[in-house]
Design a protein around this ligand. Structure first.
Ligand code: PMV
Length: 340
Protein backbone atom coordinates (compact mmCIF):
# COMPACT_ATOMS: atom_id res chain seq x y z
CA UNK A 1 0.00 0.00 0.00
CA UNK A 2 1.48 3.33 -1.10
CA UNK A 3 0.65 6.75 0.32
CA UNK A 4 0.21 9.86 -1.85
CA UNK A 5 -0.65 13.56 -1.37
CA UNK A 6 -0.92 16.56 -3.70
CA UNK A 7 -0.77 20.17 -2.43
CA UNK A 8 -0.76 23.68 -3.86
CA UNK A 9 1.05 26.65 -2.29
CA UNK A 10 0.99 30.21 -3.61
CA UNK A 11 3.72 32.78 -4.07
CA UNK A 12 4.17 35.56 -1.51
CA UNK A 13 5.41 39.07 -2.30
CA UNK A 14 7.34 40.82 0.48
CA UNK A 15 6.57 44.45 1.31
CA UNK A 16 9.30 44.46 3.98
CA UNK A 17 12.13 42.44 2.48
CA UNK A 18 14.14 39.64 4.07
CA UNK A 19 17.76 40.17 3.08
CA UNK A 20 20.63 38.67 5.07
CA UNK A 21 21.02 35.76 7.47
CA UNK A 22 22.59 35.55 10.90
CA UNK A 23 22.74 31.75 10.58
CA UNK A 24 23.38 30.40 7.07
CA UNK A 25 22.62 26.76 7.88
CA UNK A 26 19.45 27.22 9.92
CA UNK A 27 18.36 30.20 7.77
CA UNK A 28 17.77 32.61 10.62
CA UNK A 29 17.28 36.12 9.17
CA UNK A 30 18.82 39.42 10.26
CA UNK A 31 15.44 41.13 10.29
CA UNK A 32 11.69 40.51 10.45
CA UNK A 33 9.93 40.60 7.07
CA UNK A 34 6.32 40.89 5.97
CA UNK A 35 4.50 39.82 2.80
CA UNK A 36 1.14 39.33 1.11
CA UNK A 37 0.29 35.79 -0.02
CA UNK A 38 -1.25 35.63 -3.47
CA UNK A 39 -4.41 33.79 -4.35
CA UNK A 40 -4.13 30.02 -4.66
CA UNK A 41 -5.53 29.95 -8.20
CA UNK A 42 -2.86 32.30 -9.60
CA UNK A 43 0.93 31.90 -9.26
CA UNK A 44 1.57 28.70 -7.34
CA UNK A 45 3.62 25.54 -6.95
CA UNK A 46 1.86 22.17 -7.12
CA UNK A 47 3.59 19.20 -5.52
CA UNK A 48 2.72 15.52 -5.40
CA UNK A 49 4.62 13.22 -3.04
CA UNK A 50 4.25 9.46 -3.02
CA UNK A 51 5.81 7.07 -0.51
CA UNK A 52 5.99 3.39 -1.44
CA UNK A 53 7.77 0.27 -0.18
CA UNK A 54 8.53 -0.46 -3.86
CA UNK A 55 10.66 2.68 -4.42
CA UNK A 56 14.37 1.82 -4.33
CA UNK A 57 15.50 5.45 -3.82
CA UNK A 58 14.21 9.00 -3.30
CA UNK A 59 13.58 10.84 -6.59
CA UNK A 60 12.48 14.37 -7.51
CA UNK A 61 11.19 15.96 -10.71
CA UNK A 62 11.06 19.79 -10.91
CA UNK A 63 8.99 21.19 -13.76
CA UNK A 64 9.17 17.82 -15.53
CA UNK A 65 12.95 17.41 -15.27
CA UNK A 66 14.53 14.85 -12.94
CA UNK A 67 17.01 16.37 -10.46
CA UNK A 68 19.35 14.63 -8.05
CA UNK A 69 17.96 14.21 -4.53
CA UNK A 70 21.04 15.64 -2.83
CA UNK A 71 20.22 19.31 -2.24
CA UNK A 72 21.17 20.01 1.40
CA UNK A 73 18.14 22.21 2.02
CA UNK A 74 15.76 19.62 0.60
CA UNK A 75 17.38 16.96 2.78
CA UNK A 76 17.24 19.24 5.84
CA UNK A 77 13.47 19.75 5.41
CA UNK A 78 12.87 16.00 4.94
CA UNK A 79 14.97 15.13 8.00
CA UNK A 80 13.20 17.68 10.21
CA UNK A 81 9.70 16.64 9.08
CA UNK A 82 10.55 12.97 9.75
CA UNK A 83 11.86 13.87 13.22
CA UNK A 84 8.60 15.67 14.02
CA UNK A 85 6.56 12.79 12.52
CA UNK A 86 8.30 10.34 14.85
CA UNK A 87 7.40 12.56 17.83
CA UNK A 88 3.79 12.65 16.60
CA UNK A 89 3.64 8.83 16.43
CA UNK A 90 3.59 8.32 12.63
CA UNK A 91 4.11 4.66 11.65
CA UNK A 92 7.76 3.62 11.41
CA UNK A 93 6.92 1.64 8.26
CA UNK A 94 5.66 4.71 6.36
CA UNK A 95 8.71 6.69 7.49
CA UNK A 96 11.05 3.98 6.21
CA UNK A 97 9.71 4.06 2.62
CA UNK A 98 11.41 6.11 -0.09
CA UNK A 99 9.52 8.97 -1.72
CA UNK A 100 8.99 10.31 -5.24
CA UNK A 101 8.40 14.08 -5.47
CA UNK A 102 6.94 15.84 -8.48
CA UNK A 103 6.72 19.65 -8.33
CA UNK A 104 5.67 22.23 -10.91
CA UNK A 105 5.40 26.01 -10.92
CA UNK A 106 2.79 27.61 -13.17
CA UNK A 107 5.10 30.66 -13.64
CA UNK A 108 8.80 31.37 -14.45
CA UNK A 109 11.20 29.64 -12.02
CA UNK A 110 14.19 31.45 -10.40
CA UNK A 111 13.34 34.76 -12.12
CA UNK A 112 12.92 36.68 -8.87
CA UNK A 113 9.23 35.78 -8.62
CA UNK A 114 9.40 33.91 -5.32
CA UNK A 115 9.37 30.48 -6.99
CA UNK A 116 11.49 28.89 -4.27
CA UNK A 117 9.12 30.29 -1.62
CA UNK A 118 6.10 28.60 -3.18
CA UNK A 119 8.13 25.45 -4.00
CA UNK A 120 9.49 24.85 -0.51
CA UNK A 121 6.23 25.85 1.21
CA UNK A 122 4.46 23.27 -0.93
CA UNK A 123 7.11 20.58 -0.43
CA UNK A 124 7.07 20.94 3.37
CA UNK A 125 3.28 21.24 3.58
CA UNK A 126 2.87 18.09 1.43
CA UNK A 127 5.43 16.17 3.52
CA UNK A 128 3.62 17.25 6.71
CA UNK A 129 0.34 15.90 5.29
CA UNK A 130 1.98 12.66 4.09
CA UNK A 131 3.54 11.96 7.49
CA UNK A 132 0.65 13.45 9.53
CA UNK A 133 2.79 16.08 11.27
CA UNK A 134 0.80 18.40 13.52
CA UNK A 135 1.37 22.08 14.36
CA UNK A 136 3.42 24.85 12.78
CA UNK A 137 5.80 23.79 10.01
CA UNK A 138 6.91 27.30 8.99
CA UNK A 139 10.18 26.78 10.91
CA UNK A 140 10.85 23.79 8.64
CA UNK A 141 9.85 25.53 5.38
CA UNK A 142 12.21 28.36 6.40
CA UNK A 143 15.10 25.91 6.21
CA UNK A 144 14.32 25.23 2.54
CA UNK A 145 14.06 28.84 1.42
CA UNK A 146 13.71 31.59 4.04
CA UNK A 147 10.74 33.33 2.45
CA UNK A 148 8.91 29.98 2.04
CA UNK A 149 7.75 30.15 5.65
CA UNK A 150 5.51 33.11 4.72
CA UNK A 151 3.66 31.14 1.99
CA UNK A 152 2.11 28.75 4.52
CA UNK A 153 -0.42 31.36 5.63
CA UNK A 154 -2.81 33.53 3.65
CA UNK A 155 -3.37 37.28 3.79
CA UNK A 156 -0.51 39.33 5.21
CA UNK A 157 2.14 37.32 7.02
CA UNK A 158 5.08 38.29 9.22
CA UNK A 159 8.23 36.24 9.56
CA UNK A 160 9.62 36.90 13.04
CA UNK A 161 13.39 36.59 13.01
CA UNK A 162 13.26 35.21 16.58
CA UNK A 163 15.79 35.46 19.40
CA UNK A 164 16.98 31.88 19.94
CA UNK A 165 20.15 30.56 18.35
CA UNK A 166 18.51 27.26 17.33
CA UNK A 167 15.85 29.03 15.21
CA UNK A 168 12.94 27.54 17.19
CA UNK A 169 11.20 30.95 17.41
CA UNK A 170 12.03 32.07 13.85
CA UNK A 171 8.61 31.44 12.34
CA UNK A 172 5.81 33.01 10.34
CA UNK A 173 2.47 34.18 11.71
CA UNK A 174 -0.55 35.68 10.01
CA UNK A 175 -1.02 39.43 10.54
CA UNK A 176 -4.49 39.52 8.94
CA UNK A 177 -6.37 37.02 6.75
CA UNK A 178 -7.05 37.84 3.08
CA UNK A 179 -10.68 38.60 4.02
CA UNK A 180 -9.52 41.59 6.10
CA UNK A 181 -8.64 43.64 3.01
CA UNK A 182 -10.35 41.98 0.01
CA UNK A 183 -9.90 45.09 -2.16
CA UNK A 184 -6.13 44.55 -2.09
CA UNK A 185 -4.73 43.31 -5.41
CA UNK A 186 -1.32 42.52 -6.82
CA UNK A 187 -0.31 42.94 -10.46
CA UNK A 188 2.87 41.16 -11.53
CA UNK A 189 4.68 42.76 -14.45
CA UNK A 190 7.00 40.18 -15.98
CA UNK A 191 9.88 42.28 -17.29
CA UNK A 192 12.16 39.30 -17.85
CA UNK A 193 11.39 35.66 -17.12
CA UNK A 194 14.98 34.40 -17.44
CA UNK A 195 16.85 32.93 -14.46
CA UNK A 196 18.52 35.71 -12.41
CA UNK A 197 22.31 36.12 -12.59
CA UNK A 198 22.93 36.40 -8.84
CA UNK A 199 20.84 34.02 -6.68
CA UNK A 200 19.30 35.50 -3.53
CA UNK A 201 21.42 33.11 -1.44
CA UNK A 202 24.74 34.37 -2.79
CA UNK A 203 23.54 37.98 -3.14
CA UNK A 204 22.49 38.25 0.49
CA UNK A 205 25.59 36.49 1.76
CA UNK A 206 27.73 39.00 -0.13
CA UNK A 207 25.63 41.89 1.25
CA UNK A 208 26.15 40.65 4.82
CA UNK A 209 29.90 40.54 4.24
CA UNK A 210 30.30 43.88 2.44
CA UNK A 211 27.36 46.31 2.77
CA UNK A 212 27.43 49.02 5.46
CA UNK A 213 23.99 50.11 4.36
CA UNK A 214 22.60 46.68 5.28
CA UNK A 215 23.76 47.19 8.88
CA UNK A 216 21.98 50.55 9.01
CA UNK A 217 18.83 49.06 7.41
CA UNK A 218 18.65 46.19 9.91
CA UNK A 219 19.32 48.33 12.99
CA UNK A 220 17.40 51.53 12.24
CA UNK A 221 14.93 51.13 9.37
CA UNK A 222 13.23 47.73 9.34
CA UNK A 223 12.10 47.56 13.02
CA UNK A 224 10.10 50.81 12.67
CA UNK A 225 8.81 49.94 9.21
CA UNK A 226 7.47 46.57 10.42
CA UNK A 227 5.51 48.22 13.24
CA UNK A 228 4.21 51.01 10.98
CA UNK A 229 3.19 48.76 8.08
CA UNK A 230 1.40 46.32 10.39
CA UNK A 231 -0.56 49.27 11.76
CA UNK A 232 -1.33 50.51 8.22
CA UNK A 233 -2.52 47.02 7.15
CA UNK A 234 -4.72 46.61 10.23
CA UNK A 235 -6.30 50.05 9.74
CA UNK A 236 -6.42 49.66 5.90
CA UNK A 237 -4.41 52.84 5.42
CA UNK A 238 -3.31 52.32 1.80
CA UNK A 239 -1.16 55.48 1.29
CA UNK A 240 0.99 54.66 4.36
CA UNK A 241 1.19 50.97 3.38
CA UNK A 242 2.23 51.96 -0.16
CA UNK A 243 4.87 54.47 0.88
CA UNK A 244 6.57 52.03 3.27
CA UNK A 245 6.42 49.26 0.62
CA UNK A 246 8.12 51.41 -2.03
CA UNK A 247 10.74 52.78 0.37
CA UNK A 248 11.63 49.30 1.56
CA UNK A 249 11.98 47.98 -2.00
CA UNK A 250 14.18 50.94 -2.92
CA UNK A 251 16.36 50.42 0.15
CA UNK A 252 16.72 46.70 -0.50
CA UNK A 253 17.98 47.44 -4.04
CA UNK A 254 20.25 50.16 -2.67
CA UNK A 255 21.74 47.51 -0.36
CA UNK A 256 22.18 45.22 -3.38
CA UNK A 257 24.12 48.00 -5.11
CA UNK A 258 26.09 48.73 -1.93
CA UNK A 259 27.21 45.09 -2.01
CA UNK A 260 30.70 44.53 -3.37
CA UNK A 261 30.80 43.44 -6.17
CA UNK A 262 27.28 44.88 -6.60
CA UNK A 263 24.22 42.69 -7.14
CA UNK A 264 22.14 44.36 -9.85
CA UNK A 265 18.61 43.02 -10.03
CA UNK A 266 16.55 45.83 -11.54
CA UNK A 267 17.01 46.88 -15.18
CA UNK A 268 16.04 49.95 -17.24
CA UNK A 269 12.48 48.71 -17.70
CA UNK A 270 12.16 48.20 -13.92
CA UNK A 271 13.32 51.79 -13.33
CA UNK A 272 10.87 53.09 -15.94
CA UNK A 273 8.07 51.30 -14.06
CA UNK A 274 9.16 53.03 -10.84
CA UNK A 275 9.03 56.42 -12.61
CA UNK A 276 5.65 55.62 -14.13
CA UNK A 277 4.11 54.71 -10.76
CA UNK A 278 5.41 57.89 -9.11
CA UNK A 279 4.04 59.89 -12.05
CA UNK A 280 0.66 58.11 -11.83
CA UNK A 281 0.38 58.77 -8.10
CA UNK A 282 1.30 62.43 -8.62
CA UNK A 283 -1.36 62.91 -11.31
CA UNK A 284 -3.92 61.21 -9.05
CA UNK A 285 -3.00 63.56 -6.18
CA UNK A 286 -2.50 60.67 -3.72
CA UNK A 287 -0.76 57.30 -3.55
CA UNK A 288 -2.88 54.78 -5.45
CA UNK A 289 -0.25 52.20 -6.46
CA UNK A 290 2.88 50.80 -4.79
CA UNK A 291 5.71 48.96 -6.56
CA UNK A 292 8.05 46.43 -5.06
CA UNK A 293 10.85 44.37 -6.68
CA UNK A 294 12.36 41.13 -5.34
CA UNK A 295 15.77 39.85 -6.46
CA UNK A 296 14.97 40.33 -10.14
CA UNK A 297 13.72 42.95 -12.63
CA UNK A 298 10.03 42.02 -12.40
CA UNK A 299 7.65 44.52 -10.78
CA UNK A 300 4.94 43.65 -8.29
CA UNK A 301 2.32 46.34 -7.91
CA UNK A 302 0.10 46.49 -4.82
CA UNK A 303 -3.11 48.45 -5.38
CA UNK A 304 -6.78 48.48 -4.45
CA UNK A 305 -9.44 47.00 -6.73
CA UNK A 306 -10.91 50.32 -8.02
CA UNK A 307 -7.48 51.27 -9.40
CA UNK A 308 -6.73 47.95 -11.19
CA UNK A 309 -8.36 48.66 -14.59
CA UNK A 310 -6.83 52.12 -14.96
CA UNK A 311 -3.38 50.91 -13.90
CA UNK A 312 -3.51 48.03 -16.37
CA UNK A 313 -4.49 50.45 -19.14
CA UNK A 314 -1.64 52.83 -18.27
CA UNK A 315 0.91 49.99 -18.12
CA UNK A 316 -0.36 48.60 -21.40
CA UNK A 317 -0.09 52.04 -23.02
CA UNK A 318 3.51 52.66 -21.92
CA UNK A 319 4.73 49.05 -22.18
CA UNK A 320 2.85 47.40 -25.06
CA UNK A 321 3.77 43.76 -24.57
CA UNK A 322 4.12 42.82 -28.24
CA UNK A 323 6.70 45.57 -28.96
CA UNK A 324 9.41 44.49 -26.61
CA UNK A 325 11.32 41.36 -25.77
CA UNK A 326 10.92 42.44 -22.16
CA UNK A 327 7.31 41.33 -22.09
CA UNK A 328 5.10 42.98 -19.49
CA UNK A 329 2.09 40.96 -18.41
CA UNK A 330 -0.57 41.90 -15.92
CA UNK A 331 -2.01 39.43 -13.47
CA UNK A 332 -4.43 40.80 -10.88
CA UNK A 333 -4.56 38.46 -7.93
CA UNK A 334 -6.26 38.87 -4.56
CA UNK A 335 -4.26 37.47 -1.59
CA UNK A 336 -5.22 34.02 -0.22
CA UNK A 337 -3.46 31.00 1.38
CA UNK A 338 -1.92 27.52 1.07
CA UNK A 339 -4.26 24.54 0.83
CA UNK A 340 -4.11 20.80 0.45
O1 PMV B 1 13.82 33.10 0.41
P1 PMV B 1 14.90 33.50 -0.53
O2 PMV B 1 16.22 32.92 -0.16
O3 PMV B 1 14.51 33.18 -1.97
O4 PMV B 1 15.08 35.09 -0.43
C1 PMV B 1 14.06 35.98 -0.79
C2 PMV B 1 14.56 37.37 -0.80
C3 PMV B 1 13.59 38.41 -1.36
O5 PMV B 1 12.66 37.82 -2.23
C4 PMV B 1 14.40 39.41 -2.15
C5 PMV B 1 12.87 39.17 -0.25
C6 PMV B 1 11.75 38.48 0.46
O6 PMV B 1 11.55 38.78 1.63
O7 PMV B 1 11.04 37.67 -0.15
Amino acid sequence: MASIVTCIAPVNIAVIKYWGKKDEKLIIPLNDSLSGTLSMDQMHAKTTIMASPNFTKNCIWLNGKEETFDNIRLLACLKEIKRRAQEDGTSKELLSWNIHVCSENNFPTAAGLASSAAGYACFVFALAKLYKVKGDVSQIARQGSGSACRSLEGGFVRWHMGKSSDGSDSLATQVVPASHWPEMHVIILVVNDKKKKVSSTSGMQRSVETSDLLKHRVAYCVPKRIVDIEKAIKSKDFPTFAEITMKDSNQFHAVALDTFPPAVYMNDVSHSIVDLIHCFNKVKGCTKVAYTFDAGPNACLYLLEPTVAETMAVVDYFFPSSNSKNTVQGLPVPPCNAKE
